[in-house]
Write a protein that binds this ligand. Structure first.
Ligand SMILES: Cc1cc2nc3c(=O)[nH]c(=O)nc-3n(C[C@H](O)[C@H](O)[C@H](O)COP(=O)(O)OP(=O)(O)OC[C@H]3O[C@@H](n4cnc5c(N)ncnc54)[C@H](O)[C@@H]3O)c2cc1C
Length: 365
């Protein structure tokens, strides 16, 4: 039996403790674990799987019942799926393979790229459920719970679920997406990022990704990602509203169907904490220029698992990603500026080889 840890709690078996302070929780046995991961999207599941591989005691929770919907184009770039394949070699998932990308500026085709390496388009409802299943198959513990509150006492983190269940942990990993409850604990005023909107349109015959950029967009773009049975048509920038999405769809010649929206965070605007780690969208890691989030969800999950299991600081292990986030601010500003778009046209018309090189550099490891 473990014993008294601090003045107000008695520890039992290292997995449960009895709070001794007078109050509501007096008679409740509280679980004690090493790592609590909030959110079972790609970031949370990957982190859980990697911790499990290293025999670190962890519990993964999600408020949703899986399979659940997730608004997302589902595009896995070569660097995303190669990282996933390397970290989780036994994980198999369904996807649509795409080798063609059509780039449009102001609605006019400027570049038709035949990609050397396929892009994999997954249906997030299925992909995320398969990943969670993989975690559970590996013996990982999962609970269908919603995080409601976080308290920190004497270096101990206590998470309270909506059900009233309380869990004490040494590390809390926030993998709870764009509207992260864990990030709000670190910075109640943190920014949600840009709103992106999507709808499922009819499947186009050429199985190509379509991207349109325009000087009227505020650091964003229109896209169409082909799935096996439909195309995901979407748009996001600094001024997205449902009405603006309809206008963009009209301009692209798409019918208005059933749009849905979700945020993509753009910055890591919270103080770093040694024992509360944010990964994936919760940490604001999606790329500011491309909005690619899956690669960073997997990469930061790997870095969190590494930091926890080797007792190093996440700031250090994830240092390259934090440095890149800073560079993305001006990269994104330049790319979407008038000069940036003019340069893009120039490259498309006269130096397509350079553009293909840039594309490969951004999407392959
Ligand atoms: C319109 C759109 C299109 C996109 N297209 C692409 C793309 O093509 N390619 C790409 O790489 N990225 C894309 N992204 C970004 C990508 O979807 C995200 O980066 C990715 O989902 C991040 O994964 P995550 O695990 O961090 O978070 P999520 O996938 O959002 O998972 C978070 C999980 O946390 C759970 N949760 C939330 N709050 C709580 C709580 N309080 N308690 C318990 N559980 C909670 C949620 O139920 C959810 O399951 C797109 C995003 C949007 C909005």
């Amino acid at each position: 039996m473990d014993f008294v840890k601090n003045t107000n709690k008695v520890w039992l078996f290292s997995h449960f403790y009895v709070p001794l302070q007078p109050g509501v929780q007096d008679s409740i046995l509280m679980e004690k674990i090493k790592v609590l991961i909030v959110g079972a999207g790609p970031a949370g599941c990957t982190c859980g799987l990697l911790l499990k591989k290293r025999n670190v005691d962890c519990l993964l929770i999600d408020r949703a019942v899986f399979p659940r919907d997730k608004i997302c184009g589902g595009g896995l770039t070569p660097r995303s799926y190669r990282l996933l394949d390397r970290l989780l070699p036994s994980f198999h998932y369904d996807y649509n393979s795409v080798n063609r990308l059509k780039l449009l500026v102001e609605g006019k085709s400027v570049f038709d790229l035949h990609m050397d390496h396929e892009l994999r388009i997954v249906k997030r409802r299925e992909f995320d459920a398969q990943l969670l299943e993989e975690y559970q198959k590996s013996g990982g513990r999962f609970a269908n719970e919603a995080l409601a509150a976080i308290e920190e006492n004497d270096g101990q983190i206590v998470a309270t679920m909506q059900s009233g269940r309380q869990v004490a942990c040494d590390y809390l990993v926030g993998a709870d997406g764009a509207n992260s409850r864990v990030r709000k604990h670190l910075n109640p005023l943190s920014d949600h990022g840009f709103l992106w909107m999507e709808q499922y349109g009819p499947k186009s015959p050429d199985n190509a990704i379509v991207i349109n950029v325009s000087k009227t967009y505020e650091q964003g773009y229109y896209y169409s990602f082909p799935n096996e049975s439909y195309d995901v048509q979407g748009f996001g920038d600094g001024n997205t509203t449902p009405q603006r999405f309809r206008q963009v769809l009209d301009a692209m010649g798409c019918p208005n169907l059933k749009p849905k929206g979700a945020f993509i965070p753009r910055s890591c605007d919270y103080p770093l904490h040694d024992h509360i780690i944010l990964i994936g969208d919760a940490g604001g890691f999606p790329n500011r220029l491309t909005a690619e989030g899956l690669y960073y969800a997997i990469l930061t999950a790997q870095n969190a698992a590494e930091a926890i299991s080797s007792e190093q600081s996440f700031a250090k292990v994830n240092g390259k990603v934090f440095a890149h986030k800073k560079r993305e601010v001006w990269e994104s500003r330049f790319f979407y500026s008038k000069t940036g778009l003019a340069l893009l046209r120039l490259l498309c018309n006269h130096f397509p080889g350079i553009l293909k090189w840039c594309y490969n550099k951004a999407t392959t490891p």
